[in-house]
Design a protein around this ligand. Structure first.
Ligand code: NDP
Ligand code: 8X3
Length: 249
């Protein structure tokens, strides 16, 4: 029986590692993101299962619906949806925050997740089967100085994950939320608008999580028996105790 997983933000970091991990488990992969060349690279990297790529911006609801609706019949029985696409944009006090950054985080992390879920859910509801994995964050469990709107967006992902679980339980669809602490990806480069040195300094003095650590957790969650749902997991580097307490040497 063919198993299909759709991973958003598969062009980098956690989403990329998750696409590889789920392919390793035998899932046929629908990989999405904006950077088409990275999607093509991923397609070449995965050789054991078919890969279908869809390039769209999760902020653009019309593009999202169009892309999902364009899936050929053989790709429509999506069993796993990993709502991973997202980023932090900026790190500043509320009084100095940029409206563009705020819009980006709310539009991508919250509305994008909703748009993709809305488009994919009918494909799961048709078979009364599915598993949605929302990538939240420790920032959805705590707030930290200067993290204001990013934290708010991830708190929204936390609320939506709980709400989706309530609304979808009678439909046979599981909803899980994976909340990572600090993971070394392109995340900080995006947050600091391409400043690689500042991004690298975030992960200095301790061993951060790697994208593969999160991908393996997602692989574990989706491979549990049908009657088991790992509803929510907080996963931290050993050196991290909270959003603000990191044992840096
Ligand atoms: P990366 O920057 O490495 O990856 C982000 C991914 O999201 C990329 O594939 C990017 O693809 C995609 N993406 C961003 N904006 C859009 C958009 N508008 N439309 C479509 N796709 C988009 O970061 P991570 O892998 O670290 O982040 C993945 C998720 O994990 C995010 O939701 C993040 O909030 C969360 N997270 C990260 C943590 C960390 O410390 N790194 C910790 C906790 C949670 P493209 O640019 O090609 O569109
Ligand atoms: C990413 C982790 O602590 O930078 O969600 O917000 S953090």
């Amino acid at each position: 029986m063919t198993k299909i997983a759709l991973v958003t933000g598969a062009t980098s970091g956690i989403g990329h590692a998750t696409a590889l991990e789920l392919a390793r488990q035998g899932y046929h992969i629908i990989a999405t993101g904006r950077r088409t060349e990275r999607l093509e690279e991923l397609k070449k990297q995965i050789t054991n299962v078919p890969v279908y790529t869809l390039a769209f911006d999760v902020r653009d609801n019309e593009a999202v619906q169009q892309a999902i609706n364009s899936l050929p019949a053989a790709w429509r029985q999506v069993e796993v949806l990993v709502n991973n696409a997202g980023n932090a944009h900026g790190l500043s006090t509320i009084q100095n925050g940029s409206l563009d950054d705020w819009d980006a985080m709310i539009d991508i992390n919250v509305k994008g997740l909703l748009y993709v879920s809305k488009a994919v859910l009918p494909l799961m509801l048709a078979h009364k089967k599915g598993h949605i994995i929302n990538i939240g964050s420790i920032a959805g469990k705590e707030v930290y100085p200067n993290g204001n709107v990013y934290c708010a967006s991830k708190h929204a992902v936390d609320a939506l994950s709980q709400a989706m679980r309530l609304d979808l339980v009678k439909e046979g669809i599981k909803v899980s939320e994976v909340n990572p602490g600090m993971v070394e990806t392109e995340f900080s480069e995006v947050r600091f608008k391409g400043d690689k040195d500042r991004a690298a300094s975030v992960y200095e003095g301790f061993q951060p999580l790697q994208a593969q650590d999160i991908a393996e957790l997602i692989g574990f969650i989706v491979s549990r028996p049908a009657h088991v749902n790992w509803a929510e997991v907080l996963i931290l580097p050993a050196a991290q105790a909270s959003a603000t307490v990191v044992n840096k040497q």
